[in-house]
Structures are given as structure tokens and as C-alpha cells.
Ligand binder design. Structure first.
Ligand SMILES: Cc1ncc(COP(=O)(O)O)c(C=O)c1O
Length: 393
């Protein structure tokens, strides 16, 4: 089935014909309906639609009161939007190692906590859940806020509990490459009434819709509102979530089964196989050099592949390529947040500061799984992996 189908078309047409494109126009807003649907699906009190995953992260950081003087621990493997959002909130990103699950290593989180640490942002990359029970326990022990970056992982879970509901706030993206899509779009979820009020203020230029003037939540915000057209698409997309995940699950299992007896490759660890969105099959080669050769050999057998990180490959999912973060650049020459006296730390970034992250990613080969991947495509991929292993290992 196409990712965008007749139902989305009809829902969008309905909005266009109504002439009410902003959520505050119609009596029955599509954005409000989407938020209601998300809150029900995730079993949370509040969902707030935004216009992107980056916007969601910024809203969450503002809602949590993260700002000047604060440090936020994030994963060394994430899209550049995660550290960028932290800097935009005037806090300092502290980059932590990942482990064999390709998500943030809780031991390294703990090693990097300082008196300035305010929040942790675990990122559920490629739809794979981070070790949320441990991260949550760490946060409770050190009194830290947890903001989950679930941009790539709508529907993932750990021990039956969905990611996005472990942290104080969960942030999702609906951008074109994600599980549910509106082109651009996002949503934040929380059970906390105050965080929700603050998130609403942050995402809506400090508008006081339904928030009393006396409320502590009142402060100037941005405009990260979702519009009715996207609300309409998002509401339909949400009805497709379970099917999407079922389809990736079947295909992922088929591919993994087909390569289960290949010697010399080691599957990446997952904190909960049942809670994986199954968007990829990733495995490690013994060395980075072998991973490069393995990718080349797969290419010869008709399927593109290769390590997730090679030095200088420019992929902004991997921290050495976040040059404007590592060089502490910001939009203004005053150098905030790094230079402000409220920040008492002395952060020094280097492209080699998380060697284990680089080791894992430079040895990892990752195959993307699509919900409509055909049996032929799965067989062809499995075959290329088997032949590459025969040629190289
Ligand atoms: C892990 C992660 N965080 C945040 C984002 C930002 O989402 P958006 O592009 O919707 O702003 C993305 C998008 O690619 C992402 O992959």
C-alpha cells in the first residue's frame, strides 16, 4: 500500500474545502483529533502536535526549563537535530557513547553526569528502543529530566511500555522519512500537567489558550503549531501504525532468519526484540576494514551496503560530523551558551571523544527494512550478505 493513499487525500480535501487551515479555526480540529488519537494510543494524559521533531525537542527542553548553565547528555549517534535543539535551548550538549544496541550507553551517561546536568535525551535510533528502565532509574537517582527523542521510533517499546512514555516528555517526528508521515510534523507526549502547559506556551508564541494569566506556565514562546492539513494527514496515518509495524516485523524476521547461520557477523544487541520497530537489520563485522570490504562485496552481489560510519563520510547522524556543534558555533557571535558565566563547565569537544561509538558504527552494517519490502528483495539481500561473508570472512 502506498504511504499516502485515498484516505489522506480525502481528509486533506475536506480541510481545504472548509477553508479553515489553522487549528484555531474549525469547530472540530484535525490537529486536536490527532492529539487525542496519540494520547489514547500511548495511554498518556497529553499529546501536543508540533510542526517537526526538532520543534518537539525544543518545546520539550523549554517545557522542562532547560537553559543557560545546564548540560544535557545525549547520544553520540543521533541526527544533528538532537544536539542542535539543546544548543537552541541555550544548554550545552554532552556527548555520550553508544553500546552494542547502537543507543546511548547508560554507564557512560552516569560517567558524564556533573552538578550541571539537567537532562538526558536518549535517542531510539532506527526504531530500536534504548535501555529505558536503566536510564529512568539513573534519572531518578540523580534527579534528572528525561526527554526521549523518539523521532525514529514511533511504536517502539521496552517490556511492553512504549518509548516516549518512560521519560518526562517524549518527542516524535512525522517527517517524510519517519514511520508516520506528514511531510514535516511532530508531536510531544507527557503525563505531566505543568510540562504540558509549558509545552503549549513554548510551541504557540506564548499564547494563553486555556491557560490562566496567573499560571506559572506563562512565558513567551515560538510558533511550532501544526496546521489542519497536516493534522488531517496525521490522523489517517495514525490508523496505519500497527499495520506498518506488523509489516516491518514480518520482513525483518524473514531476513534475520535467512542469515542466521552466517558465521563471522554478530547481530546488534536490542534491549527488547519485541519492542523493536524492525526498521533495520544491523550486524557487526570484526573490524572496520572488514566492514568496508563486506559492503563492497555486497555491492558486487547487487545490494548496496557498508559500515554506518567511515571517517569523513559526512553522515550527520554520527557526532564527528557535527562540526558546528564540535566547534561550538551558534547563530550569534556572543558564543552563548558556552561562554556565559552561568555555565560553569569547560566543555572540550573532539571528533575522537567517543571512541567506542566510532568503533561500533564503523564495524556495523545496517540494512533498511521497508514495510512493503518484497520476498524477492529480502532473498536478494540475504543472498548478498551470505555471498559477501563467503568472499570476505
Ligand atoms: C533522531 C532524530 N531526532 C530528531 C529529528 C528531527 O526531526 P525533524 O526532521 O522532524 O525536525 C530526526 C529527524 O530526522 C531524527 O532522526
Amino acid at each position: 500500500m502506498a504511504r499516502i493513499d485515498k484516505e489522506e487525500e480525502q481528509a486533506v480535501l475536506k480541510v481545504l474545502r472548509s477553508g479553515e487551515l489553522c487549528r484555531y479555526g474549525p469547530e472540530e480540529s484535525t490537529v486536536a483529533a490527532f492529539e487525542k488519537g496519540i494520547a489514547e494510543k500511548f495511554g498518556v494524559k497529553h499529546a501536543l502536535a508540533t510542526n517537526g521533531g526538532t520543534a518537539s525537542l525544543i518545546v520539550a527542553l523549554y517545557a522542562a526549563g532547560v537553559g543557560l548553565g545546564d548540560e544535557v547528555i545525549i547520544s553520540g549517534y543521533t541526527w544533528i537535530a538532537t544536539p542542535s535543539a539543546v544548543v537552541i535551548a541555550n544548554a550545552v550538549p554532552i556527548i555520550a557513547e553508544i553500546d552494542e544496541s547502537l543507543s546511548i550507553d547508560p554507564d557512560d551517561i552516569e560517567a558524564k553526569i556533573t552538578p550541571r546536568t539537567k537532562a538526558i535525551i536518549p535517542v531510539h535510533m532506527l526504531g530500536m528502543p534504548s535501555d529505558m528502565p536503566r536510564i529512568k532509574a539513573l534519572a531518578e537517582k540523580h534527579n534528572l529530566v528525561v526527554i526521549e527523542d523518539c523521532a525514529q521510533a514511533m511504536g517502539a517499546s521496552v517490556n511492553g511500555k512504549r518509548v516516549g512514555t518512560y521519560g518526562d516528555i517524549g518527542c516524535f517526528s512525522l517527517q517524510q522519512s519517519k514511520i508516520l508521515i506528514t511531510g514535516e510534523g511532530g508531536v510531544v507526549i507527557t503525563d505531566d500537567d505543568d510540562l504540558y502547559d509549558r509545552a503549549r506556551m513554548a510551541h504557540d508564541a506564548g499564547n494563553l489558550w486555556g491557560i490562566s494569566k496567573q499560571s506559572q506556565a506563562a512565558f513567551p514562546g515560538m510558533n511550532f503549531r501544526m496546521d489542519e492539513i497536516r493534522g488531517a494527514v496525521a490522523s489517517v496515518q495514525l490508523t496505519r501504525l500497527d499495520d506498518y509495524l506488523q509489516n516491518t516485523k514480518i520482513r525483518n524476521a524473514k531476513l534475520r532468519h535467512a542469515i542466521a547461520d552466517v558465521d563471522g557477523i554478530e547481530m546488534r544487541k536490542c534491549h527488547d526484540e519485541d519492542g523493536d520497530c524492525n526498521l533495520s537489520v544491523a550486524f557487526f563485522l570484526p573490524t572496520p576494514d572488514l566492514a568496508v570490504k563486506f559492503g563492497e562485496a555486497m555491492g558486487k552481489h547487487g545490494v548496496g551496503g557498508g559500515p554506518m560510519y567511515t571517517h569523513g563520510n559526512g553522515d550527520r547522524h554520527v557526532y564527528p560530523n557535527w562540526h558546528y556543534i564540535l566547534e561550538k558555533r551558534t547563530y550569534h557571535p556572543n558564543g552563548l551558551p558556552y561562554s556565559h558565566p552561568a555555565y560553569e563547565g569547560k566543555i572540550h569537544y573532539s571528533d575522537r571523544m567517543c571512541p567506542r561509538t566510532l568503533d561500533y558504527l564503523s564495524r556495523a552494517v545496517c540494512i533498511g527494512i521497508q514495510p512493503d519490502m518484497t520476498d524477492e528483495a529480502i532473498d536478494k539481500t540475504a543472498n548478498a550478505i551470505r555471498l559477501a561473508a563467503r568472499d570476505i570472512l
